[in-house]
Every structure is written in C-alpha cells, then in structure tokens.
Design a protein around this ligand. Structure first.
Ligand SMILES: [Zn+2]
Length: 233
C-alpha cells in the first residue's frame, strides 16, 4: 500500500476533528501531501469516521486522479490540490464547518486579531475570500474555491496565517503536517468563538496592538522562536 505512514497521519488527523467536536456526521476532511512523490492522501467521501481505516484513505496525484484506493476521495479534493500546488510549505489541510469559524465565513468577515491567543497562531486577521462568481460556481467549483484562497494570499505568507475563510462556506486550515492542520482547525474555532464574544461585549473592540501581535507570533514561529521546548512544528 502506498504511503502507509501518511495514510495513518491523515486518518489520525481526521479523527482528531471528531474528538474535538468540529465535525457533524461525515462533514469535514483532512488530507496530507508527499511533495516528493507528488501524491495526496485524503479522506474518502461520505465514509463514517467510526469505521474509517488507513486503507480507506484515498491516494491521488496533484491533478486529483486516484492513484490508489477503491473509494471516491472527498469532493473537496480539488480545493486541497490547488492549495498544495500553490503553497509548497504546506503538508496537510483540514476543512471543517466548525460553528464559530463558519459563522464568520457566512458573515463574510475576516476574524480580527483581538488577543494573544489569536496572535500565537495567526499573524494578523484570518482572511475571508470574496464570494465566488456564478461562473466559478457552475464550473470547477471546488477548484475555484482553492484558487480564491490562493488569490486572497497574494502578498501574504501561508505560514504566517495558516487558515482562510471561504465566503458563505467555511474555513480551510493547513500546516506542515496533517496533525498541524487539524490542530490549527481546533485553534481557529476557539479563536473565532472568542472574537465573536469580544465583539458582542464591545462592538468597537480594538484589535491587539501590532507590537503584541508580532511578539506573540514570532516567539512561537520563525527564526527567533523561543516558546516551548525547542521542538517547533
Ligand atoms: Zn465544506
């Protein structure tokens, strides 16, 4: 079986979304990529999480063609593939319809950085894409969803902000591994919830000062990182 380790990582990251209460029924999907092999491992479409096994994970190429697996890949595969092609530092992608992050996506509002919890993981607001056009929806909808995220990140680093909201849809999160992508999906939901409460308590709440945003992000990420025990992800 191809990419046994990546299959297991992808399965585990999918199950993490369930454990953290981020998905309902068969919603959500996590994938991982081997840039070296130019292959993607992704959750199969519509298979219950309870019975999912490593051999159910579908292996495709970067054109979205199934290379190994009897099941159909997640219907969001073309979105994942566009992100992998565009962002070579990404090793995993997690997509959920988690409630608070999705509420921001439905409101078509970026999530402002109100506090250090946000700044620890996202260096700046979590952006939201424009609504897709009727043409983009009619043809290659999932691929166009990925392209909309890529366009939104022009001039931005996907490593600095490992998530995007798709307008009217939901978040896509990523990271160097499938586990990191799922972790970011969990953190994004917490940050989205806190931002929602902040705005409800204070409609004109100020965002975190830039110096504090930089401090919190850069002490965990980047060259001078010193947070934790030196095992940066
Ligand atoms: Zn979705």
């Amino acid at each position: 079986m191809l990419l046994q380790s990546l299959r297991e990582q992808v399965l585990e990251a999918n199950l993490e979304l369930v454990r953290r209460g981020l998905v309902l029924y068969t919603f959500g999907n996590v994938s991982g990529v081997s840039h070296k092999d130019r292959l993607v491992a992704i959750k199969p479409s519509g298979v219950p999480y309870e019975t999912m096994a490593p051999e159910d994970i579908v292996i495709t190429d970067l054109d979205g063609r199934v290379v190994e697996g009897d099941l159909r890949p997640s219907s969001d595969l073309p979105t994942h593939v566009e992100l992998y092609k565009h962002f070579p530092s990404i090793g995993g992608i997690a997509h959920t319809h988690s409630e608070f992050a999705t509420a921001w996506a439905q409101a078509c509002k970026p999530i402002p950085c109100f506090g250090t919890t946000h700044a620890d993981y996202f260096h700046g607001p979590v952006p939201v894409t424009p609504q897709l056009t009727p043409q983009e929806i009619a043809t290659d909808y999932e691929k166009n969803t990925g392209l909309a995220i890529c366009r939104k990140f022009e001039g931005m680093s996907a490593d600095d902000v490992p998530a995007a909201l798709v307008a009217g849809h939901a978040p896509f999160c990523w990271g160097p591994t499938p586990a990191a992508a799922a972790h970011h999906a969990v953190i994004l939901e917490a940050v989205a919830r806190m931002a929602y409460y902040t705005i409800n308590l204070s409609e004109h709440a100020a965002t975190l000062p830039g110096a504090l945003q930089d401090k919190h992000f850069l002490r965990k990420h980047g060259k001078g990182a010193y947070y934790g025990q030196g095992q940066t992800k």
